[in-house]
Design a protein around this ligand. Structure first.
Ligand SMILES: *[C@@H]1O[C@H](CO)[C@@H](O)[C@H](O)[C@H]1NC(C)=O
Ligand SMILES: *[C@@H]1O[C@H](CO)[C@@H](O)[C@H](O)[C@H]1NC(C)=O
Ligand SMILES: *[C@@H]1O[C@H](CO)[C@@H](O)[C@H](O)[C@H]1NC(C)=O
Ligand SMILES: *[C@@H]1O[C@H](CO)[C@@H](O)[C@H](O)[C@H]1NC(C)=O
Ligand SMILES: *[C@@H]1O[C@H](CO)[C@@H](O)[C@H](O)[C@H]1NC(C)=O
Ligand SMILES: *[C@@H]1O[C@H](CO)[C@@H](O)[C@H](O)[C@H]1NC(C)=O
Ligand SMILES: *[C@@H]1O[C@H](CO)[C@@H](O)[C@H](O)[C@H]1NC(C)=O
Ligand SMILES: *[C@@H]1O[C@H](CO)[C@@H](O)[C@H](O)[C@H]1NC(C)=O
Ligand SMILES: CC(=O)N[C@H]1CO[C@H](CO)[C@@H](O)[C@@H]1O
Ligand SMILES: [Ca+2]
Ligand SMILES: [Ca+2]
Length: 571
């Protein structure tokens, strides 16, 4: 039993009371494979997601940039994280904050230059921090030269995008849209091109035309893009919106989704997305990307694995196929983001069953030999402190630190930042600013406001007069400087302690096991144990004190472990 852990746990557990075994409703154990010594760097890593626009602004233009990030790498080191992934920094008209890329190989001037990125990578590597870039394969910007050429029918580029054959029915101009597909950002997924006299498909914004993955030239361009950045020394890629790479070549109408009685052009979820999402060829494409990256490592005698992590909000059975093919013959992403703690726990009133199930779902489905991962926030979802409640910040950080596998932290979660305050007029999220009356419900700007470094003007994000999104008023209270004082139980100090624990645990080389136990309706117990160390988390999700006999809880765990039949090997 580690002493530090004990300290931290004491924040959550107060007093002593025997646990009656009847109170323990349900539990799962998982036996983890052999020693961490054989685990690769990424399998025990903490990936810290930086949202570059909002991390640190070095030149006071109001938008964060690469020099800003480089100047703050010491914070990552201090926090104890071992890898970072940057949301898109490539040349872009910024219609969808960089997810509309007009040149995959060039850093957008708003973030700096390619040289700035090289410098950042070098400094990060010197500090022992890996750098992962965001790869956005589904679509480009409509300002990308490929799209401009395709729109002009420039020979060789005609088939780079999803164009719908021109209708022979000339009685309406433009002709009716090809089918009922709805954009993820609302409205028809089809946009008419006056120039080409055809519709093109866009699953996201109109300015984000989908690439045609049935065209080998497109596939080659995208693999070459990966090679280009691998040559610059990046350690891997986070791949955006992967379920949407392929669409039905027959462009069939999609039926209504379960539970919907009406077609709603403003809600993509009102359709069963069977013809645009998770198509079999999409999985094959991810396996191809993996093969490409592995081959690169082999061919160039690189010593270290280049990692692929995929973003897919898909049903769990589909999610697992992004890890690799069912028969195990082909590998996919090193891991695909596990969003269950986001999707299944949506407000601070969550129950112990919801939490227990959200954790177990992944452990039960993940095939043998793959590495788990745990995500509690990103730039598309309200901040963890807002969703789970301020009082649960430390509990969730502890939870994902103690669970086996990769931990993902969205910048600001280490200090328990809540959502910022943004009005529709101040907002940028293209899916939300279109309709101000639903902005509060749909905007992703709240979780994208600048990082809180200290309590100065603009929270230390810059020293200028403006910031692209307003700095939250909460930065006066919640900021890194206020929390980074030795001896206090701040979110940040607890987070650092967790990183220490992880790093120490990593060195241990004995058999490792995990138990997830519902102690009562407010307390979840997690136990990671091995021959030489045991870590116990007692997470009180309720709003009143709970009293648990620590020693009994520990003993009880031993009974559970030996009595449970099902166990899953999870590498
Ligand atoms: C339009 O007419 C041409 C020539 O008759 C035919 O080949 C093509 O398939 C038709 N296109 C559509 C969309 O019906
Ligand atoms: C052509 O399109 C119009 C408008 O959608 C429709 O009313 C008409 O029936 C179509 N004509 C043919 C021949 O398909
Ligand atoms: C995609 O490209 C392939 C190969 O060039 C072509 O046959 C196909 O028609 C294109 N698909 C679309 C929807 O444009
Ligand atoms: C490869 O990496 C391992 C572990 O980091 C190290 O021990 C070994 O010396 C490296 N080999 C080469 C050829 O760089
Ligand atoms: C959570 O529960 C409290 C007290 O029962 C209630 O006031 C609040 O509206 C609930 N919040 C949500 C998001 O359901
Ligand atoms: C959105 O939220 C803000 C802050 O809570 C509030 O002042 C505003 O009235 C809300 N707007 C709408 C349209 O509901
Ligand atoms: C805007 O949002 C409101 C509230 O959700 C909704 O009632 C309205 O239909 C929306 N308007 C448009 C044009 O989408
Ligand atoms: C664990 O390994 C790291 C890196 O190899 C080292 O810095 C640290 O001191 C080790 N911790 C323990 C407890 O051995
Ligand atoms: C979490 C994440 O990166 N989401 C992105 C998914 O893809 C769309 C379109 O590229 C973006 O708008 C999201 O931000
Ligand atoms: Ca700047
Ligand atoms: Ca697509």
């Amino acid at each position: 039993m580690d002493v530090m852990w004990c300290h931290i746990v004491s924040l959550l557990v107060i007093g002593i009371l025997a646990v009656d075994s009847n109170n323990v409703q349900k539990s799962t154990t998982v036996s983890l494979k052999s020693s961490d010594d054989s685990l690769d760097w990424w399998q025990t890593a903490v990936f810290y997601q930086i949202y570059p626009r909002s991390f640190m602004d070095s030149d006071n233009d109001g938008v964060g940039d690469l020099k800003g990030i480089e100047s703050k790498l010491d914070h990552l080191k201090d926090a104890g994280v071992t890898a970072t992934w940057l949301s898109p920094i490539f040349k872009s008209p910024q219609v969808d904050q960089g997810y509309d890329i007009s040149d995959y190989r060039m850093v957008d001037p708003i973030f700096g230059s390619n040289d700035d990125l090289t410098s950042l990578i070098k400094k990060a590597h010197d500090l022992g921090i890996k750098v992962i870039l965001d790869f956005v394969p589904n679509h480009t910007s409509d300002k990308h030269e490929w799209f401009v050429k395709s729109n002009n029918m420039t020979p060789g580029y005609e088939d780079y995008y999803i164009w719908h054959p021109k209708s022979n029915n000339t009685s309406s101009n433009p002709p009716p849209v090809p089918n009922n597909w709805i954009s993820n950002f609302k409205g028809s997924a089809w946009e008419w091109s006056e120039k080409r006299q055809q519709y093109y498909y866009h699953n996201f914004a109109i300015q984000q035309p989908d690439l045609n993955y049935s065209n080998p030239k497109v596939v080659k361009e995208m693999k070459d893009t990966l090679t280009y950045w691998l040559d610059q020394g990046v350690d891997g890629f986070r791949i955006d919106a992967v379920p949407y790479l392929f669409e039905d070549p027959q462009f069939r109408d999609q039926p209504l989704a379960d539970g919907y009685t009406e077609y709603d052009i403003n809600n993509a979820d009102s359709l069963n997305q069977m013809y645009i999402k998770d198509l079999p060829k999409t999985f094959d494409m991810i396996y191809q990307f993996r093969e490409h990256v592995d081959e690169y490592v082999k061919k160039n005698n690189k010593n270290e694995t280049k990692v692929l992590m995929t973003e897919a909000y898909s049903p769990i059975e589909k999610q697992m196929l992004y890890y690799g093919s069912k028969d195990g013959s082909r590998k996919g992403a090193h891991f695909t983001f596990n969003f269950n703690l986001i999707s299944d726990i949506t407000n601070p009133n969550f129950t112990i069953d919801e939490l227990y199930d959200a954790i177990n779902k992944w452990l039960v489905y993940i095939p043998s030999g793959y590495t788990s991962n745990w995500v509690i926030g990103n730039h598309d979802n309200h901040r963890a402190a807002t969703r789970y409640g301020k009082d649960n910040v430390d509990g969730f950080n502890m939870l994902i630190a103690i669970l086996p596998g990769v931990m993902v932290t969205y910048n600001g979660e280490e200090i328990g930042m809540e959502d910022g305050e943004v009005t529709c007029e101040e907002g940028f999220d293209p899916q939300a600013t279109k309709n101000c009356s639903s902005f509060n419900q749909t905007s992703r700007d709240f979780e994208r406001t600048p990082y809180h470094w200290d309590d100065s003007v603009n929270a230390g994000f810059n020293t200028g007069h403006k910031t692209w999104l307003p700095v939250s008023e909460k930065s006066k209270e919640v900021n890194l400087k206020a929390q980074n004082i030795e001896g206090i139980y701040s979110h940040y100090n607890i987070y650092k302690e967790l990183m220490n624990l992880r790093n120490n645990f990593k060195n241990s080389s004995t058999i490792d096991s995990l138990a997830v136990i519902k102690v009562n309706e407010n307390v979840l117990q997690i136990v990671r144990s091995r021959d030489d160390a045991e870590y116990i988390l007692l997470f009180n999700i309720g709003d009143k004190d709970e009293t648990i006999d620590f020693l009994q809880a520990k003993m009880y765990h031993k009974v559970v472990v030996s009595s449970l039949k099902s166990s899953y090997e999870i590498g």
